[in-house]
Design a protein around this ligand. Structure first.
Ligand SMILES: *Cc1c(COP(=O)(O)O)cnc(C)c1O
Length: 466
């Protein structure tokens, strides 16, 4: 029997189980990958499953699924739970609109457009700007690249690529750039990786040198992807200096702020993206710094004509009423599109722009706590820099990959490792704004206690550069 009221009752019961479980076991009981299918009944069968068994299987799944909202999850560039955003996402599921037309999305169109309008205003894009909600940061980078390509090579849309296009990004940028040049028909050989400095920021003079060399070889510089918050170090490329170059050579500038672009909400940290108003497009993931549920990615375009040029297509069966400004499918990649705006809007509406600033600032405060702790403790070596919410370190020169894996396998804490130039290190990300200073200090304590109880780890040393 299926009825929404009883299933919502079950939902509440299961959420209770989950929240208790998060308290008791902040790191989920881990199932070895090769034992997965023997440990939980994931099979789909011809017959129906009776209610009690069904409930039990759901509980089993909940209990052993990795917990990303707890105070011991630091593995990726998201974490925690902003409850007003969760509320919005649950409502979006109940409403189940598709964002392509006003006819089926109604006020949800206005909700999405209000977020886009306010975001454009924050970064100083003018009245011609607009944007959309792609599936994530990788797709945002892809959409920006396609717009840049079509602007340089308009024939491309009907004939395929007709010019020798090249694109630029830093060595530290997100790996989606490499995939995207291949998807866009430009080809992986035509992406130029510009050297980053010792802090992981793109070196503008190297960018200009490369552009000049490409021009002299008959290539057409098409697109620069700058990063606001690189994936490993959380570094910010110098946008103003890069914009001097992209304006001079008439190259599209996209700023990939998937990780840390949300600094636009903070009076204290928005200087990290100085020059952003000079970019042609900008994207940020609200599911990273803002803490909405996955996924919530926004791309803003200074001149909306590019969104229409690259992504609109007539479809009489779809666009039957209300005009282009309200039919958002005219500027999106997908046809049917999930409502990712509502969860962001419920959070923003409830805490205000000042509240979003508080969420962003808290992450930098927690990062300061972590960096201070590492700096003031001679057992640690710091590899990352100020103005970043990625804190990269090693402890007692223990091999970071071995330590991270052991912490995960023993369900102590979930944290990842990364590399920059010759160094590999643990990367602590203070992106969960619901954490407190105490939670960050607790992370170091559980790590230190674990190492003390497992002296064998100290035999896995790394070479130290410092
Ligand atoms: C996370 C990230 C992306 C990818 O975003 P997804 O939403 O995971 O596709 C792109 N660029 C940067 C800098 C990122 O940190």
């Amino acid at each position: 029997m299926s009825d929404i009221n009883s299933d919502l009752g079950l939902f509440n019961e299961l959420v209770e189980v989950l929240l208790n479980e998060e308290k008791k076991h902040p790191v989920a009981d881990r199932i070895e990958a090769n034992a997965l299918y023997d440990s939980i009944d994931l099979s789909l069968n011809d017959g129906a499953m009776v209610d009690q068994e069904f409930k039990q299987v759901l509980k089993d799944v909940l209990i052993s699924t990795p917990k990303t909202a707890t105070k011991l999850f630091f593995n990726q560039l998201f974490g925690g739970r902003q409850s007003k955003a969760v509320l919005g996402d649950l409502l979006a599921v109940m409403l189940n609109n598709s964002m392509y037309t006003y006819k089926v999305a109604g006020p949800q169109v206005g909700i999405e457009q209000e977020i886009i309008r306010q975001s454009c205003e924050l970064i100083g894009y003018g009245s011609q700007s607009n944007g959309t909600f792609p599936t994530g940061g990788s797709m945002s980078n892809y959409m920006a690249l396609v717009m840049a390509r079509d602007a340089k090579d308009p024939l491309c849309k009907t004939e395929g690529i007709s010019k020798p296009l090249v694109v630029y990004t830093s060595k530290e940028s997100h790996y989606s750039n490499a995939k995207n040049v291949s998807f866009a028909g430009i080809g992986r050989n035509n992406i130029r990786y510009i050297q980053a400095d010792s802090r992981g920021q793109m070196i503008p003079s190297k960018l200009e040198e490369q552009i000049i060399e490409d021009l002299s070889n008959g290539f057409i510089p098409t697109y620069v992807n700058a990063t606001a918050g690189t994936t490993v170090l959380g570094a910010f490329d110098p946008i103003d200096e890069i914009a001097d170059i992209t304006e001079k050579y008439k190259v599209w500038l996209h700023v990939d702020g998937a990780y840390c672009g949300s600094v636009i909400f903070s009076d204290e940290y928005k200087h990290l993206v100085n020059g952003i108003s000079r970019s042609d497009s900008f994207s940020y993931n609200a599911h990273k710094m803002i803490g909405t549920p996955m996924t919530c990615s926004v791309i803003l375009v200074k001149d909306k004509k590019h969104l229409h040029d690259s992504f609109s297509n007539d479809a009489d069966y779809l666009y039957q009423t209300d005009g282009d400004d309200f039919n958002l499918g005219k500027t999106s990649f997908q046809c049917g599109r999930r409502n990712d705006a509502l969860k962001f809007w419920t959070l923003w509406k409830s805490v205000g722009t000042n509240g979003l600033q508080g969420i962003v600032d808290q992450q930098f405060n927690l990062a300061d706590v972590a960096r201070e702790y590492v700096r003031n403790n001679s057992d640690y070596t710091l590899y990352s820099f100020d103005d970043s919410i990625s804190i990269c370190f090693n402890y007692k020169n223990i091999d970071p990959t071995a330590l991270c894996t052991a912490l995960y396998e023993h369900q102590i804490t979930v944290v990842g490792f990364g590399s920059f130039n010759e160094d590999t290190f643990i990367r602590l990300v203070t992106i969960n704004a619901t954490n407190t200073k105490q939670d960050i200090l607790n992370f170091f304590k559980v790590l230190e206690d674990f190492v003390e109880k497992n002296p064998v780890l100290s035999t896995t040393m790394v070479e130290s550069n410092s």
